[in-house]
Design a protein around this ligand. Structure first.
Ligand code: FER
Length: 358
């Protein structure tokens, strides 16, 4: 793939940015170090007190973008140059609903899970012009605690459809299928999600459901490209925790990974909510030396996450201490919210685009 270009009206961008985040000034400097870990520093003008608007932008942030016409977008132009730098905020041009892009709709389906002994649901976003004459890469996108297969696909404010559709429209990434599973892989249908260590067991069982049941089903049912180069994994919070665990357990399956605001409990710890026995020991927080590491492995979190705090940073520090390449960055001002999710999803696809054009 060649360098991507995005045509954006400066005036349109400016007005979108203004309504998206007041007079905030966000300058990001990203530096990719040799071992692939990225240190991102940001300076921002928070003097206007619009930080809350940024953090709680779930309701207000993107509606302002509306459906931009192609003429409007092309009025004045700026070149988007694809590079491997992390951008803390997903540019509005990728979260905007564009009038000339068909984003498709998530649909619901079910599969039989041998792992859980029951029929289970998923939602799936097929490219608008999905055809069995083509094969598509797949992103498995994991929800947070108490979620289900509708959590990520039903939340218009995480912009998953727009980010994928707009990056495809700009020639940055291939058309990509997005699968949102139900990560609560309980074997007992009467067991319900809760907020204690025992209630986490079904989430930790999801690796078996994903690898042995859902992925084979998706690969049999839809026209998908297989193999780690074409199989992406991302998750938010509890989904971020499982993303890290699954990646470390099965690195041969996922080439591109992003754990957003990952919850505690991958390794033993006690946070303000509960004691976590840990899925693995700290010394196991690495890609095994004889295994192939993901091409892109991002760990990120909002700088003022009020739920998982500095746990994502501690995962980054453990991976670094154990010699596993990854990208770490913080999203300035974001809480445990869609600003973090949009950032993580955008940067995952941006890194995929950059990696695949090489
Ligand atoms: C915890 C803190 C946060 C935890 C889970 C979460 C299982 C998950 C939050 C989310 O998914 O939003 O201690 O333990």
């Amino acid at each position: 793939m060649k360098k991507g270009k995005v045509i954006v009206s400066m005036a349109l961008m400016a007005s979108m940015m203004l309504s998206a985040c007041g007079t905030k000034n966000l300058e990001v400097e990203g530096m990719v170090t040799e071992d692939m870990s990225v240190e991102v520093t940001a300076t921002e003008d928070v003097s206007t007190g619009d930080k809350d608007m940024f953090a709680s932008g779930i309701a207000t942030e993107d509606n302002s973008a509306g459906a931009a016409s192609t003429a409007e977008i092309k009025e004045e132009t700026e070149e988007f140059v694809l590079n491997n730098e992390i951008e803390e905020r997903c540019p509005v041009t990728f979260t905007a609903t564009r009038g000339d892009v068909n984003y498709g709709e998530f649909i619901h389906g079910t599969y039989f899970s041998e792992t859980c002994g029951m029929e289970r649901g998923y939602t799936i976003l097929l490219p608008a012009d999905y055809s069995t004459d083509k094969k598509y890469p797949v992103l498995y996108l994991l929800h947070g605690i108490f979620g289900d297969e509708y959590s990520m696909s039903g939340d218009d404010n995480n912009k998953i459809k727009e980010i994928v559709g707009n990056m495809v429209a700009d020639g940055l990434i291939e058309e990509t299928i997005v699968v949102c599973p139900n990560m609560y892989a309980a074997t007992d249908p009467s067991q319900k999600p809760g907020f204690d260590a025992e209630a986490c067991i079904p989430y930790d069982n999801f690796i078996n459901d994903l690898v042995n049941d859902l992925m084979p089903y998706i690969e049999g049912e839809y026209s998908v490209l297989t193999g780690r180069e074409n199989t992406y994994l991302a998750g938010f919070s509890m989904g971020g925790r499982e993303t890290i665990y699954i990646t470390l357990q099965r690195p041969e399956l996922f080439g591109y990974v992003c754990a957003i605001s990952a919850a505690p409990g991958v390794v033993p710890t006690k946070d303000k909510f509960m004691s976590h026995p840990g899925q693995i020991e700290e010394s196991e927080m690495k890609i095994a030396a004889d295994a192939v590491a993901p091409n892109v492995f991002i760990i990120c979190c909002g700088s003022r996450d009020s739920v998982v705090g500095t746990y994502p940073k501690s995962y980054h520090e453990l991976l670094t201490a154990n010699g596993t390449d990854h990208i770490w960055y913080e999203i300035t001002g974001a809480d445990h919210d869609n600003n973090a999710i949009k950032s993580g999803l955008y940067n995952l696809f941006k890194q995929i685009a950059y990696d695949k054009q090489k």
